[in-house]
Design a protein around this ligand. Sequence first.
Ligand SMILES: Nc1ncnc2c1ncn2[C@@H]1O[C@H](COP(=O)(O)OP(=O)(O)OP(=O)(O)O)[C@@H](O)[C@H]1O
Ligand SMILES: [Mg+2]
Length: 392
Amino acid sequence: MPVVAQGAQLAVITTRQPEVRLIGKSPAIQALEQEIDSASKSDAKVLITGETGVGKEVVSRLIHHRSARAAAGLVTLNCAGLPDSLLESELFGHVRGSFTGAYRDKPGLLEMAPNGTVFLDEVGEMSTRMQVVLLRFLESGEIQRVGADRSHTRVNVRLITATNRDLQAQIASGAFREDLYFRLNVIRFAIPPLRERAEDVPLLVNFYTESFSQTHKVPATEISSEAMDALMAYQWPGNVRELKNVVERVVLRAGGRLVKASDLPPEVLNVRRTAPAGDRSDPTDPMAAVNGRADDLAALMIKQGESFWSAVYPTFMSRDLTRNELRKIVQIGLETTNGNYRLLVQLFNMAPEDYKRFLSFLRKHDCHLPFQRFRAVPVRLQVPPRAVPRVG
Ligand SMILES: Nc1ncnc2c1ncn2[C@@H]1O[C@H](COP(=O)(O)OP(=O)(O)OP(=O)(O)O)[C@@H](O)[C@H]1O
Ligand SMILES: [Mg+2]
């Protein structure tokens, strides 16, 4: 589990061995297992590519944990959405006074895992300026803190990067430096999407069915063969992450009974029906899946007594729950409590002293909804009914 969290949860440093497994028996997964074994024997840089949710982070963790660096730390940093200045100071550190708020010298992440591994996720999102900074580091191994005029130290870390972008296309368009690409692309993992290895679907479904039944303390559920066929036929644009989410919903809804194909979400069944406006299960409505998932997780807390910290928080932090889904859950809570966050804390089975922590968590992730609009508006004015003009 993460033992050090830096800054606003930008990076996670793991020093103990978290349990990770690559589930699947397809030739692609078997080949991946062998490639992981061989990559973990060297120190060469690794570039992992593949669609969103295919398991790039899982692979990076397995490489680290099977390598001689396992006893040292694994630093994971997601480059997406971070402004250059923040990304640079997170990676390389900064010296006191280098920008407003830099009250003291601070080491960067690259120094925090000596002899360990640094995993830079979504490296394709880096600005061209940051690409130059990273390239300079890769060439010299020297760390120059932001605001310093010379290098501070040298570090020994192994670099693993990942992206779901087509880097060749980005190179062609000038968005990614070719020289950096050659540096990063020493050992290459290209993880195929789930739809190209449908034989892995039953294993994943069974694994997550069991694991979610245990996590949410609901009776074990069995998946019928017609439902499994539908799950295997589905295209899974969000890959294993999407499958995990679908299985979680199904387990919560089934409550231990056999899952039929008709119990699956409409997008999996590829149901195209014209639904009345506002119908939550309309498969053409992008908010339908968000609402369904939020409803399920809210019900888990409100009806089954699970705490927000176990039902929602870990899933959100591992990026398996989107901001929109979290906002929707908060909305359900505020609707139920008439806009009262203190009651919401109770409703979601948290201790009253968690109030501040909960609110600052929501604010940090931009999911704090203004409570005012959930307060029932007292009726002050009695508006007389408008006179209806007589016709004829
Ligand atoms: N083969 C697998 N076996 C078990 N779990 C998997 C497998 N592949 C992916 N997962 C799970 O699916 C989820 C998404 O995986 P991961 O975060 O590694 O994807 P990713 O490729 O890094 O996605 P993104 O591009 O969106 O960052 C995680 O919860 C992970 O544990
Ligand atoms: Mg990832």
